[in-house]
Design a binder for this molecule. Structure first.
Ligand code: FUB
Length: 340
């Protein structure tokens, strides 16, 4: 006879809240939301998904986005404004295709938009563009950031004013091709299971926010015994979409596990890590990719993320937000998203 069905998990308050969350905008498809609070208002810097006509493939070529829109809102639950095109791939002199997940920061009176895009040789690099307004339009620097590579830039500015650029993503994000320090287009997407997994990269940004102040370092993510996570540990190892937030003096590094579709996090004592794996932030959403950001606003913490509720297609996503709760021991309440 058939085995009994496993008991359903008991919903937590966070679960219930999450079921209620709806796409923040439905006029365009959006993904990879990087949220920030500038002048008390929430600004979201997402990817802008489009139906590109490119055939779906493992290297993500069908994620062929061409511009960015900035979204904003006064508070979570309030009306969301789509501010229109903030940067177009045609206006980035060195870019060829695939504007992937961006991030932004404010410093020295300017807003900086960081973005990954493939250059004329189809190598992902990170670029930066500036504006006097958080909603753009942004003007791209003529060259990519020297020393940058791969995808998914995320900027974290610490309480001492220092800013750090985190980045990287394996498979279509090409991080494995930089393992030796030199670009190798023949590198296999996966390392052998028993090797140490590739970590995201970090470098402090110079005061001009347009260049790296130091050589790029690899971030170490450790297990409960202090050993680096292995490549075969696919439910915990880094894949893409890194984010950093600080909570009660600790640095929380969160990221996507890619082909196991989780958002997980690790905690450390300084921006460079090492970070110790803690657990799941968000269980798999509807769709293949999962990508997020975390902010505090008006005394509450929020997780911005995406799923494919509006389209049912992996490359036409919609951004959402839900509350993120930290427990008294600093761990976060795991979130169970809506799935069809
Ligand atoms: O949106 C394109 C890519 O998909 C992002 O750069 C990844 O993080 C994944 O969400």
């Amino acid at each position: 006879s058939a085995a009994p069905a496993p008991a359903a998990a008991t919903p937590t308050p966070a679960t219930q809240l999450h079921y209620l969350s709806q796409p923040l905008v439905s006029g365009i498809y959006t993904a990879d939301p990087s949220a920030h609070v500038f002048n008390s208002r929430i600004y979201i810097y997402p990817s802008h998904d489009i139906e590109s006509g490119v055939t779906e493939g493992a290297n993500g070529a069908h994620f062929a986005m061409r511009d960015y829109h900035v979204l904003s809102m006064d508070s979570v639950g309030g009306p969301v404004t789509d501010h229109g095109v903030a940067l177009d791939v045609q206006d980035i002199p060195w870019a060829r295709r695939q504007l992937w997940a961006p991030d932004a920061e404010f410093k020295n009176g300017l807003y900086y938009l960081y973005f990954p895009v493939k250059d004329k040789h189809d190598v992902f690099r990170l670029g930066v563009a500036t504006s006097t307004s958080p909603t753009g339009p942004f003007k791209a620097e003529p060259q990519p950031i020297t020393g940058s590579y791969s995808i998914d830039p995320a900027v974290y500015t610490d309480t001492d004013g220092r800013s750090y650029l985190y980045f990287g993503g394996i498979w279509g994000g090409q991080l494995q091709r930089w393992r030796t320090g030199q670009y190798d287009s023949t590198a296999a997407p996966n390392l052998p299971d028993q090797e140490v997994a590739m970590g995201p990269r970090v470098a402090r940004l110079s005061n001009d926010m347009r260049s790296l102040a130091e050589p790029v370092k690899e971030v170490q993510i450790l297990d409960e015994n202090g050993k680096p996570l292995l490549a075969g540990d696919t439910k915990r190892r880094f894949f893409e979409g890194v984010w950093l937030h600080k909570y009660q003096g600790k640095y929380y590094l969160s990221y996507s596990t890619g082909n196991t579709h989780l958002l997980v996090y690790a905690v450390g004592d300084q921006p460079y890590g090492p970070f110790k794996y803690q657990g799941i932030l968000l269980n798999p959403v509807q769709g293949w990719t999962t990508h997020h950001s975390i902010i505090e606003h008006k005394g509450k913490w929020y997780l911005f993320y995406h799923d494919t509720q509006l389209s049912g297609k992996s490359y036409l996503r919609n951004v959402k937000v839900t509350e993120l709760r930290h427990r008294p021991d600093g761990r976060t309440e795991p979130i169970e998203p809506m799935r069809k």
